[in-house]
Structures are given as C-alpha cells and as structure tokens.
Design a protein around this ligand. Structure first.
Ligand code: ADP
Ligand code: MG
Length: 182
C-alpha cells in the first residue's frame, strides 16, 4: 500500500472540518479503517467528536502530543487530523512517518492565526504534503471570499478556541481595516 499526505487549510468557518469529515466518511464507505485525532485542548463542542460549524460530527480520539498518533494509528488505512495548528512541531515528522508506512493522512488546520501570521506547524505540513487544498469562508463585512480569521476579543492569549462571537471570517481588505483599530 502507498501512503500520502493531504492538507486542508483556510480561515475559521471556511469548511475545513466539513471537508475533512466528507473525505473520511467516503473512506469509510470504501471500508477503509479510519482514525481521527484532534488536540486534547480543542474541547469546544464535544470531548471526543470532531464537530463542524454546520454541526456534522465524527468520532475522534483527543491526544496531547503528535507522537501519540504513531501507536494509535497502526493498522489504519486513513488517518485524519483536525485543528492541526495546535499540535507541536513533531506533527510533521509523524505525518511523514505514517505516509511512508502506507497510510493516507488528511490534515486540517488554520493556515493563519488571528494576526494573519502562518500558524504553528501548518507551513511545514503544507510543504511535505502531496495535496494542499485551501478552502474559503465568506467575509461577514462585505461578502467577498474570506481567508482571514478576525478576532474581536481583547485577550492576547493565542490559544483562544473558536466561537462565533469572538472570531469572524474576513477578506484581506476588511481584515486590514479591522487591524487598524487595534
Ligand atoms: P472550519 O473547520 O474551517 O472552521 P467548519 O467546517 O466547522 O469550518 O464550518 C463551516 C460552516 O460554517 C459552513 O458550512 C457554514 O455553515 C458556517 N459558517 C458560519 N459563518 C460562515 C462564514 N462567514 N463563511 C462561510 N461559512 C460560515
Ligand atoms: Mg474546524
């Protein structure tokens, strides 16, 4: 069997989780053995499920370290990872290792943080992936295609988990306009 790496990236509300769940469900239809991991810190909707903003969900395993996947993913055909931006840098070598061992690895995560800067291990993951898909949200200010996650909250804490009231999807123009007032 041959493995590879797929990355699904974009802003908040761009449908990363939706697209991840779609691909994983199709793998399940094909009777592939599927396992989904997410960082243990992402418990905003459910302790174990990976949940999209449009409320579709899939059973997942919360893990603390990227390395935990090595043991838990053995025997899988397809491995999904959601909120990959929150994992430690080891996530990249772990995904490469799994792909080298015949596993299809599908990684979803924010490509930029609320400051518009590349987020954690995502640039490295995009570098080693065979396929990179960038999905887009709709700018809540003007309706253009949005690729930025604008934060309304005052806290400077980077790992503030997503909620509709504190973050909004914005296009480049409206994101930059919003940052002027900060
Ligand atoms: P992500 O994982 O990228 O944050 P989700 O898959 O959880 O995205 O959610 C995508 C869903 O979010 C869309 O199908 C739509 O129902 C909803 N949504 C809410 N706000 C927006 C927005 N500004 N642009 C696009 N979709 C939005
Ligand atoms: Mg998501």
């Amino acid at each position: 069997k041959r493995g590879w790496i797929e990355v699904i990236c974009g802003s908040m509300f761009s449908g990363k989780t939706e697209e991840l769940i779609r691909r994983l469900n199709r793998a399940k239809i094909a009777r592939q053995r599927v396992e989904i991991f997410k960082p243990a810190i992402d418990t905003r909707y459910h302790e174990e499920d990976v949940v999209s903003h449009n409320a579709t969900a899939i059973r997942s395993t919360p893990i603390q370290f990227a390395n935990d996947m090595l043991l838990l993913a053995s025997g899988c055909d397809v491995v999904g990872v959601d909120e990959a931006q929150f994992f430690d840098e080891a996530i990249t070598e772990v995904c490469v290792h799994l792909a080298n061992n015949g596993i299809r690895v599908i990684v979803a995560g924010l490509d930029m943080d609320y400051l518009g800067k590349p987020f954690g291990p995502m640039p490295a993951l995009m570098g080693v992936a065979e396929y990179v898909t960038k999905v887009h949200a709709v700018c809540v200010q003007c309706g253009d295609i949005a690729s930025y996650s604008f934060r309304n909250a005052v806290s400077q804490e980077k790992v503030l988990l997503g909620e509709t009231d504190s973050y909004e999807a914005r296009c480049r123009h409206c994101f930059m306009e919003g940052m002027k007032g900060k």
